[in-house]
Design a protein around this ligand. Structure first.
Ligand code: ADP
Ligand code: ZN
Ligand code: ZN
Length: 720
């Protein structure tokens, strides 16, 4: 037969191959030779005839399809909607282990069973108490997964060999059983759902497509609603996928799922190893677990019977991928729910304006949780930095508040979204500023490690103590990052335990989780953190949140700046006073009159965001119009710009429905030795926009010199 294959190359087409197969190969992987390489592709179509005469042979790697039908469609949707090379999309959807050209066979588990005449063995071995006990237990459980039995009876391993030698215990290799909903008894909840929670649960119709926004401040009980919904779906013998932000997957959350549901589930995130990822993939595909919790790429888990998708913290930026295939897992998940005709829940205290717009248009259902289940909404105190006394970037008011809080033995969070000691080093005499050569961007000072680092490419060099340009030693550091705030607070409160939460300090999940533990048990008084601290941790003893140096984003030209800062302000301030009645938030700014500081605290996010939405409509920005970004990058600045200009001029199908901005350099105009330029395309009509993007991508592929690269991003979120 002739098959059309998606091949992992930056090309947009499918490729025809000859295949010998006695099964329907759609959704199976094949090994193909492509150019001079051997690659693993995915069969998407079987066709009668090819335009090409001489077809090469493909070799089948699977005996049953690897891709479920909905994922096959989803992959094609992503390729089309995001204008991404289809082979790269399908490669991205596979677990690493299945990207290799190896035959795949489902892995089996070792089970334990007993010989038929085990009662005789029991008779004869009465004196071996421990072994008798194990065999008696086994008799009640067999066949049981060996690993599960070992978990129940830690001493089994010590006796296993002897029992097997006696011929009473056997290993059998078999596939794990499909999870059986009918044997499930959910534990009784430690609380009853309040009216709003119950209403939200009841409003979701299963087995039908719908999108619902569960809007509620931190601590309003969204997770409780998710878990109740999970129970309902599981009760129907279906499975659930919960997507969470990259850092939002806390041990606390996992612990709650365990306690409230008491079911087997798998967790998938960037630090789970490839073997575990494949295990999770199989567990979902063969329905041996009913629940998968994971970050962005978990969206591509195959399920036997997926019945619901939940996206927690739907506003989170980590649902967007910004390399290779530029897509939003948030939007792709909605597409998947649509394909499967199942409900999807978006949960957030600070939903994005796109989501709120869809609620207004009645495309999404709104479920609000207004009562905070526990604790109270904190008070905001705005500090005018033009007026205040300031020490190392911290106002006297904030210092006093910190002092009072730690005296009460409560905890403090100081949020500053900038790593390192100081963002700018400058020669006081000649104005020299150290820059990264590859990115033409100033280097951040790290004092502890005595280095200068680039936050865009990771380049690092030794911190100089003399100006290399004029040889003076008058180098001054301007501004502060987490490291500087940490030092300042350590100096100000020498007895306090200060901990820093940022990517430099907590390099992996384990370090992060240990730090969280330290906070929870109360070993820490002051937590200094970046964005990392803004995500769903239940730090009960935190009663003060200070926000330092947040004005930066207000200077940016991003039309979403206010929305993003409002989300951050709400998320971070939500960390305060989760469990007690007095939460306090201190915000330092040079713009105390800005609506973000005067209106947001009074109105709350829900109202504030709806006002922003009106402004968007007035200024004709998304979500009222649609955008795409088209970017061109090259090593030679002039050549790149010229090529880009040439491309835009040659665009002869200009569509009056689509507006195009002039060519701009990116705000970080050079990155890793590439000069970057972009245009934004905008239209009221999605169709017209996509038509033009398609045309532009084709012209770019045909006309741009090969050393100049290009890409597009649909519904772009950041313009850096
Ligand atoms: P969110 O996910 O919106 O931040 P959670 O579901 O984590 O909120 O709930 C916050 C806290 O309130 C948790 O400690 C949870 O156990 C508790 N909680 C949730 N719902 C209820 C309820 N109906 N009655 C009592 N406590 C509740
Ligand atoms: Zn100098
Ligand atoms: Zn750099």
């Amino acid at each position: 037969m002739i098959v059309q294959v998606a091949i992992p190359s930056p090309l947009y087409a499918l490729f025809d191959y000859e295949l010998i197969s006695d099964i329907d190969p759609i959704g199976c992987r094949v090994k193909v030779s492509f150019g001079r390489q051997n690659l693993v592709g995915v069969v998407l179509k079987v066709i009668e005839q090819s335009e090409y005469k001489k077809l090469k042979n493909a070799e089948l790697l699977d005996t049953t399809p690897i891709f479920t039908e909905d994922l096959l469609k989803l992959g094609q949707w992503i390729a089309e909607y995001y204008h991404a090379p289809i082979g790269l999309v399908f490669r991205m959807m596979l677990p690493q282990k299945l990207r290799k050209s190896e035959l795949y066979e489902r892995s089996s588990e070792t089970y334990l069973t007993l010989s038929d005449d085990f009662p005789i063995w029991l008779e004869e071995n009465k004196n071996k108490k421990a072994r008798v006990m194990l065999v008696e237990q086994l008799a009640e459980h067999v066949p049981i997964e060996r690993s599960q039995f070992c978990e129940l009876f830690g001493n089994f391993k010590a006796h296993e060999k002897a029992l097997m030698a006696d011929g009473v215990v056997f290993h059998v290799e078999q596939y794990p059983k499909v999870w059986d909903a009918s044997v499930q008894h959910f534990p009784i909840l430690p609380y009853v759902l309040n009216d709003e929670q119950q209403k939200a649960v009841d409003a979701i119709t299963l087995e039908r497509f719908s999108v619902s926004l569960l809007e509620g401040v931190t601590g309003s009980g969204k997770t409780a609603v998710y878990l109740e919904l999970v129970k309902r779906v599981l009760g129907k013998g279906q499975q659930v996928l919960i997507l969470v932000p990259e850092i939002g997957l806390t041990p606390q959350f996992i612990e709650r799922v365990k306690n409230i549901l008491n079911i087997p589930f798998v967790v998938v995130h960037s630090e789970v190893n490839e073997h575990q990822k494949l295990q999770a993939w199989e567990a979902a595909k063969y329905h041996t677990v009913p629940l998968v919790i994971g970050t962005r790429s978990a969206l591509f888990t195959p399920f036997d019977r997926l019945g619901m998708i939940i996206i927690d913290e739907e506003h989170d930026g980590s649902y967007r991928q910004r390399d290779t295939v530029r897509y939003s897992a948030h939007d792709a998940a909605i597409q998947r729910a649509h394909l499967l005709k199942i409900p999807l829940i978006l949960g957030s205290a600070t939903p994005i304006l796109e989501t709120l717009h869809n609620v207004e248009r009645e495309r999404y259902q709104l479920l609000s949780l207004n009562e905070r289940a526990k604790g109270q909404i904190p008070n905001w105190q705005i500090i005018d930095m033009n007026e205040s006394m300031i020490m190392d970037g911290i106002s006297i008011e904030l210092l006093n508040a910190i002092e009072a809080t730690i005296e009460r033995k409560e905890q403090v969070i100081i949020y500053i979204n900038r790593r390192g000691y100081s963002p700018v080093l400058m020669c006081e005499v000649c104005g020299w500023v150290p820059e990264c050569k590859a990115c033409e961007y100033r280097l951040t000072v790290y004092r502890k490690s005595h280095s200068l680092r680039c936050h865009h490419c990771g380049h690092s060099e030794i911190l100089v103590n003399k100006c290399p340009s004029c040889n003076n030693a008058l180098l001054k550091m301007h501004g502060q990052g987490t490291e500087r705030i940490e030092k300042a607070l350590q100096d100000a409160f020498p007895k306090a335990n200060v901990i820093r939460f940022d990517r430099d300090q907590l390099k992996n999940k384990t370090a992060f989780e240990n730090a969280v533990k330290d906070v929870i048990v109360g070993n820490v008084d002051i937590i200094i953190g970046t964005q990392m601290i803004a995500k769903g941790h239940d730090f009960d003893k935190v009663t003060l949140v200070g926000m330092v140096d947040i004005d930066g984003i207000l200077y940016s030209s991003d039309f979403r700046a206010e929305e993003k800062l409002a989300q951050t302000l709400m998320q971070v301030s939500g960390r305060s006073g989760r469990d007690v009645s007095h939460g306090q938030v201190v915000i330092q700014t040079h713009f105390p009159e800005h609506p973000l500081f005067t209106e947001l605290p009074q109105q709350g996010y829900a109202k504030f965001a709806r006002n922003l939405l009106e402004q968007r409509q007035h200024f004709e920005f998304p979500p009222y119009e649609y955008q795409a970004l088209f970017q061109v990058e090259g090593r030679n600045e002039q050549e790149t710009l010229k090529a880009f200009e040439g491309l835009m001029q040659s665009l002869d199908c200009r569509d009056f429905l689509v507006g195009i901005t002039p060519i701009y350099p990116n705000s970080l105009s050079k990155r890793q030795n590439y000069y970057r330029f972009y245009v934004v395309l905008q239209s009221k009509s999605r169709k017209a926009l996509h038509r033009l993007v398609h045309y532009l991508m084709q012209s770019a592929a045909n006309h741009l010199p090969s050393q100049i690269r290009h890409f597009c991003e649909i519904d772009p979120w950041d313009f850096d």
